[in-house]
Design a protein around this ligand. Sequence first.
Ligand SMILES: [Zn+2]
Ligand SMILES: [Zn+2]
Length: 372
Amino acid sequence: MKTKAAVCWETGPDARWELEELELDPPGEHELRIRWVASGLCHSDEHLTTGDLPARLPMVGGHEGAGIVEEVGASVTKVRPGDHVVCSFLPVCGTCRWCSTGQSNLCDLGATLLQGSLPGGEFRFHARGQDLGGMCMLGTFSERSVVSEYSVVKVDDDLPLDRAVLVGCGVPTGWGSSVYAARVGPGDTVVIYGIGGVGINAVQGARHAGAANIVAVDPLPNKREKAEELGATHSVATGEEAQELVTRLTNGVLADRSIVTVGVVDAVVVEQAFNVIRKGGSVTIVGLGPIAEKTIQLSGTMLTLFQKTVQGSMFGSSNPMYDIRKMLELYRVGQVKLDELCSATYSLDDINQGYQDLRDGKNIRGVIVYDS
Ligand SMILES: [Zn+2]
Ligand SMILES: [Zn+2]
């Protein structure tokens, strides 16, 4: 069948999403076809067009998606046509070393996320005589996609999919980076650098974990305002201001945890996050930068003498099949806010406007809503 999609054909500073009609194969074994209802505009897809993330091209963008199952291939037992699903941008096979030890965010099937093929190595999108991958094996910037059953999480039918979509990437990544990766505890002082789709949820996670001081760092006033609305106790524009504020708040002890979720991570922000934590504290890096660039440049001696930890976190160190549903349960009881995160909706045709708005710092999270 045919499907309209936004495709990245080439990378570069001026690369844009090109709308194109693609041929979509029927689902094979352990695959299913989804009609997307909504797709989040995550910064990681921007990293795809700039080339920060070295992906196989051409690629259909989008890895934060919610929709309705239309057709299932052979051997699919997890979902049926008509089921509402949110997709995990990380597949979870359930049986590899990582999945079977409670670290399914590191599932071996994730190896081809940037190749975009399905677990069997096949491509279901085709155009101009070429095979196209789907970002994170999904490709949610398309009216329809064929995805692996390992990527889908069935959700309750009454949840609004244009809100639930946010738990496919940004919400568990941010929330988990505070609660699971950084292990924020009651009374802690936490500094969060960058209040975008991930950082705002790191704020929500830190609040949930009982942090006493949650300092949001972002140059944009609208982001700082949103952070305070969703639980930050303080907000500042720069790392220098954060250092001063945290020194004062903690009588010179400094912060217990810092979390880096800026749009493009560089050595400057990592050093700020390193300098703002106390002895025995930790820096958790969640954001991305150019893959070949050395974005961590620190004094190893300071690391040793102050026994600090610097760590990365994928998907907020969450377990997708469990935590995607848990985020939605917390949404139902008001402990995770989703409605407040969605700052603008777009049609697929307006996707480049959506990314311009992201670059301009206008959105907490922009969402494509499909009308098909
Ligand atoms: Zn994402
Ligand atoms: Zn696995």
